[in-house]
Design a protein around this ligand. Sequence first.
Ligand code: NDP
Length: 434
Amino acid sequence: MEGNNIRNKARTEQPKPVMSDFLLQEELAGFVRERIPERVVFAGGAGAYGTFITSADLSRYTRAELFSKAGNSCRIFARFSSFFNEKGTPDGVRDVRGFAVKFMPEGGVWDLAGQNFPVSFVEDPGKFKTLVHVLKKNPETNTENRAAAWEFFSQNPETLHLLLMLFSGRGIPAGYGNMDGFGVNTFSFVNENEEIFWVKFHLKTRQGIRNSEEENPGRLNFAQSLVDDVSSGNFPKWKMYAQIMTPEQAHALDWNPFDPTRVWPHGDFPLAELGELELSSLPKNYFEEVEKAAFSPTNLIDGIGISPDRNLQARLFAYRDAQRYRLGTQAAQPQSSNPHILGDFSQYETVSYPQDPYTQCGLFYTKALKTDEERSRLAENIVKSMIEISSPRKNDIIFRQLCHFFRANVELGMKISTGLGINIDMNMMSHAGF
Ligand code: NDP
């Protein structure tokens, strides 16, 4: 305000030709440069500040001071977003939602740049770029590129796990407060004795999971609900948990614990409670605090590290690279204080795990989804999307993708093929490996 007054005063007292009015030039230059490029993914979002309070002594696993005793706490900033829908897309549409938390304990910053589902579409970072291209709308027509998306999914069966979650009820949450959060990648804990443990992080909503039954873009406003909840004292909360695996356990597995397209079964790796997050205050300046917020898996605190997860390894580069482009010199330096704890990963390089993109998808259908109604709804949602594939290759794409559904679960494959009006014969079943 003071700056404006000085400028106004300067202008009224001393009218100048435009080009010698350097104060006006500053004003115009600031106007043009106040915007930064939009994020390529996770563009539209909202954020809030709050607190994380530790609920247990986890020093057996990690030397992070934050987790050394119950009652320790730190300030946090959480940002929620939409993965592939552009900024300005109304809420109430199907999308993966970003759920990123910046933990700010004394002396460091730890970012958990997660999302509302526990798995990633792909493990191989070489597929990131094509994945994003096929998920983004055609900029000319602002329409979804369904043929390209389903072509990609059908050629990369590891996408099936997240696809099933996305087309289930949770693909359209009722609000940011009504969804869980997951770190997705495998991270590590290191304790005072330099012992390493592999870790997956989970945030479970205390508000309860609530979904929107149908796509209803006009009726939901997630950011406004977050603002309403926080400003009315109805503070959203999440319990935070970790699944913890010893290196010995990792070696004994016949599946890859560093593959983010699959989960660690709860029965084998139970959730250990870490603490609770609560969001209790709002940013004052959206542009400065939310738009310019920059999360990176390279922001680590002593006691928490990375892992041989290839998807995570690529994110270590990609997030910082995106921030250098988006924020330029304003991009903060990484806060990592523990590059030496990254561990010896060479032992994992020769391990070859069998490829199995289907077993956990089958378990998702039969175990995670609890009712026939949820299962039928999943199939209907998939049919609604696939039926609109517009491409001369439509049949190829559909048949290839149907094989994946059948391999995950025959009932699921039947429901989808029936919905698409396709009669399944025994040739097709044998093609699918039955
Ligand atoms: P459990 O039977 O112990 O638990 C099932 C999990 O599925 C719960 O975490 C539940 O979340 C979650 N879930 C339920 N409905 C959906 C949905 N529509 N979208 C996403 N997640 C959902 O699981 P297991 O560990 O034995 O694994 C069985 C299958 O459950 C896995 O193959 C995987 O597909 C799925 N799953 C497993 C998770 C894990 O980390 N182990 C996490 C999420 C899903 P909630 O408790 O909030 O209801």
